[in-house]
Design a protein around this ligand. Structure first.
Ligand SMILES: Cc1cc2nc3c(=O)[nH]c(=O)nc-3n(C[C@H](O)[C@H](O)[C@H](O)COP(=O)(O)OP(=O)(O)OC[C@H]3O[C@@H](n4cnc5c(N)ncnc54)[C@H](O)[C@@H]3O)c2cc1C
Length: 376
């Protein structure tokens, strides 16, 4: 490995994907994660064409097809199951999307990194920089030094305060129940189908992950309290079933009736950041652009960030780093902001009983590597 050395704080999908992209470009990158292990509560997410393109360039497409579930179609329905709009997916001219279990995605990315590039049990507590280097300090007192530090430490980012004046997360007033269940418990689920039901106040999204072995569900309801944003607040399946009872499509109720365990999650985002870098420090993923999950793009944008950053940093000298990170901000900020705003707009559309904006060419046809090359 030659060129600059990158210290990444945060081993979520954003930080890990950035490390894989940087190393693929011959750049030394190590990840420091606060958790003792990269365990994961059961939840899935959608991999969209814009990040699949990145994963394909990194040689991971086959692995994604092995561990994900390919979608055949996306139907948006009223609560009673009446179809409002649909998107044909996979094969022919349709876009290719995969449902992935987060743990499978994390494992896939970790399998691409050498063991000594991932440091668990390292909680970053401080950051400093001088002209020619940047240093992060961990809770233990240990330090890590690089030419670049990437803050991929999620919505509650510790590193964000070294780039911009901190502003708190914005609570949407919505709560999400998330989880997975064995697909065999809903035998009439159409293969590869994504279904989204909406009654104007509650929505339910269901799709397969892990080769169709599991069904992932996300149910959004109005929160009855100001909730802390958290991965692991257990939810009550009986309350979930009560929220999606009479009047809801029988297929939706069948899924909900099979839920034994779920996590309840306060849904937050943040205002778009004006600045994404300061000297040798750059923000990435939710630390830079946390968004409401109504375009299914938070992780997809984080994967784009990593490839964009890696493409811009390839072959640069340590002296060039601050300029290159400003270019990274130019590359990423407005695109991510469009998804942040679009996701909020989708909430308004759904509250009006309308179909959310999904599957537009500007979302899926974007090639972050090609765009980054034009800025080099
Ligand atoms: C209900 C719901 C549905 C979603 N669906 C989708 C979807 O379909 N598609 C999609 O693309 N996105 C989706 N998302 C969004 C997506 O999950 C996030 O945008 C994405 O996981 C962000 O990744 P990240 O790596 O930036 O942050 P995180 O996943 O939050 O990872 C940050 C990591 O940094 C670590 N960390 C934090 N602080 C420190 C510290 N001080 N020191 C060291 N480590 C630290 C954390 O432990 C964590 O591992 C959804 C989100 C929700 C809530």
């Amino acid at each position: 490995m030659a060129g600059v050395r990158v210290v990444i704080v945060g081993g979520g999908i954003g930080g890990l994907a950035a490390a894989v992209a940087l190393r693929a470009k011959g750049i030394e990158a190590e990840v420091y994660e606060q958790a003792h292990r990269l365990g994961e509560v059961g939840a899935g997410f959608m991999l969209a064409p814009n990040s699949l393109r990145v994963l394909e360039r990194l040689g991971l497409y086959d692995k994604v097809t092995e561990s994900g579930a390919s979608f055949t179609g996306f139907a948006v329905c009223d609560a009673d199951g009446t179809e409002v709009s649909s998107l044909s997916l996979g094969g022919g001219d349709g876009y290719t999307l995969f449902g992935m279990h987060r743990a499978d995605m994390v494992n896939l990315l970790v399998s691409c990194l050498p063991g000594d590039a991932l440091h668990l049990n390292h909680r970053c507590v401080a950051f400093t920089q001088e002209n020619d280097r940047a240093v992060v300090t961990f809770e233990s007192g240990e330090k890590a030094e690089g030419d670049v530090v990437v803050g991929a430490d999620g919505i509650h980012s510790v590193l964000q305060q070294y780039v911009v004046e901190p502003r708190g997360p914005v609570f949407s007033g919505l709560a999400a129940y998330r989880g997975v269940l064995l697909a065999e418990r809903v035998p009439d689920w159409p293969e590869g189908a994504v279904r989204f039901w909406n009654d104007g106040t509650k929505t339910l999204l269901v799709y397969p992950v892990r080769g169709g072995e599991l069904l992932n569900f996300v149910a959004f309801t109005v929160a009855d309290e100001q909730m802390r944003e958290s991965w692991s607040a257990p939810g009550d399946p009986r309350k979930l079933a009560a929220a999606f009872g009479d009047g809801w499509d029988s297929l939706a109720r069948k899924v909900i009736s099979q839920v034994d365990a779920t996590f309840r999650w306060g849904v937050y985002d943040r205002e778009s950041l004006r600045q994404w870098s300061q000297g040798r420090l750059a923000l990435l993923g939710d630390a830079a652009h946390s968004m409401l999950p109504y375009m299914g793009q938070g992780a997809n944008q984080a994967i784009e960030d990593g490839m964009g950053l890696a493409t811009l940093l390839e072959g640069v000298s340590t002296a060039d780093v601050p300029h290159v990170l400003v270019r990274y901000q130019t590359l990423r900020r407005d695109r991510a902001a469009r998804f942040q705003q679009g996701s909020r707009f989708n909430v308004e559309l759904m509250a009006a009983g309308k179909a959310p904006i999904l599957g537009m060419p500007w979302m899926y046809d974007y090639d972050v590597e090609a765009e980054a090359r034009t800025l080099r």
